[in-house]
Design a protein around this ligand. Structure first.
Ligand SMILES: Cc1cc2nc3c(=O)[nH]c(=O)nc-3n(C[C@H](O)[C@H](O)[C@H](O)COP(=O)(O)O)c2cc1C
Length: 337
């Protein structure tokens, strides 16, 4: 091997150097921000690094030649979206010079207003902590204001190519979280369950909940839900060491139509075919039994766990749709004052 480090800097061949840097295996992110006109800007970046837990800091290096550089260099906030293994196309679009990159993805403003992709492995929404000038790049150091993650497999990058990363976790694992956001999704009388990959069934989960039309389920891509029919259904703890559950009930959009193509780990079950013996979490079995009973009377209750066995608050009448007022989701009564 050449003693590259002993040579003068001027003799470093940038092509060889890029090749040598490329042997360091990384994930792939899309870094996003807004320009002075408020338009979303973004680029694929693998220079992402975690920096500090206290305060919570991360960094990414932005090339000065990038057309989105002025936006990253002047904005107060940015987001880092870590991509999962089914997002090579997203990585390619954001590595291009396309003027319509954001038409390929859906995104939301979460905390700072920087565009957070609706589908990703993990996202960090940051305010700019500092910028460090470094040759042909600027090191952008961000302070994490909000983040979310999912158990999908990461997209890797090595030697200039996208790479598959063998996930060391068993299939169907869920990351340790204080609360799991579960979805009790119904379609034409049948209920959607997710295989845990080991013979058991549970609820599909998502890494965040917003009153929107598309819910991106962990590992299983996005599904379209009728957000007007979604309501909080149950909140419960499982055991001291396990995460608790916040469960929303929702209806898959496209009632009357064909079931959309779903990941193989998702399956709809008719009520009399539910795999009770293979649903390991007792509280989920109890919730599903209550749901089947309540839907037969079209009268639902919201369950909240408590030390004396929990309480159910009944919803009177049909759930009212959400509507947006000045960007805030409010119910009709509030909106109508
Ligand atoms: C896997 C991968 C990683 C990349 N990492 C970075 C990076 O960390 N920083 C950077 O400035 N450009 C990086 N790029 C290049 C930019 O994505 C590319 O220059 C893009 O066209 C910039 O978009 P823009 O000119 O629209 O801003 C990377 C590209 C790929 C494919």
């Amino acid at each position: 091997m050449l003693p590259v480090s002993e040579k003068e800097q001027s003799t470093i061949d940038p092509v060889e150097l890029r090749r040598a840097f490329g042997t360091f295996v990384t994930g792939v992110t899309v870094v996003t921000t807004r320009d002075e006109d408020g338009l979303p800007r973004g680029m694929t970046a693998n220079s992402f690094t975690s920096v500090s837990l206290d305060p919570p800091l991360l960094l990414v290096c932005i090339g000065k030649a990038a057309s989105s550089f002025p936006a990253f260099n002047s904005s107060d906030s940015f987001a880092v979206n870590v991509l999962h293994d089914r997002q090579k196309d997203v990585a390619s679009v954001f590595a291009s010079k396309s003027a319509s990159k954001f038409e390929a993805v859906s995104h939301d403003a979460i905390h700072t207003g920087a565009p957070v992709l609706s589908d990703s492995l993990t996202w960090f929404d940051c305010t700019v902590h500092s910028r460090v000038d470094a040759g042909d790049h600027v090191v952008l150091i961000g302070r994490v204001r909000a983040f979310g993650t999912s158990p999908a497999a990461p997209l890797g990058f090595c030697r200039g190519r996208f790479a598959s990363v063998e996930d060391p976790m068993p299939p169907g694992w869920t990351p340790s979280r204080r609360m799991v956001i579960g979805y009790l999704v119904e379609h034409e009388g049948r209920i959607l369950l997710r295989s845990d990959g080991a013979g058991g069934w549970g609820l599909p989960t998502a890494n965040r909940r917003k009153a929107g039309d598309i819910v991106s389920l962990d590992e299983n891509g996005a599904v379209a839900l009728l957000s007007d029919d979604a309501f909080l259904y149950s909140v419960f703890d499982v055991a001291d060491q396990e995460p608790g559950y916040v469960v929303y009930r929702s209806i898959l959009s496209g009632q009357g139509g064909a079931v959309p193509e779903l990941s193989p780990s998702l399956k709809f079950f008719a009520p009399d075919e539910l795999p009770w013996a293979h649903i390991p979490v007792r509280q989920i079995r109890a919730m599903l039994r209550r749901y089947l009973h309540e839907r037969s009377e079209a009268r639902f209750g919201i369950y909240a766990d408590s030390s004396d066995g929990g309480r159910v608050a009944m919803i009177d009448g049909a759930p009212r749709p959400w509507r947006t007022l000045n960007g805030l989701a409010v119910d009709h009564e509030t909106a109508d004052g």
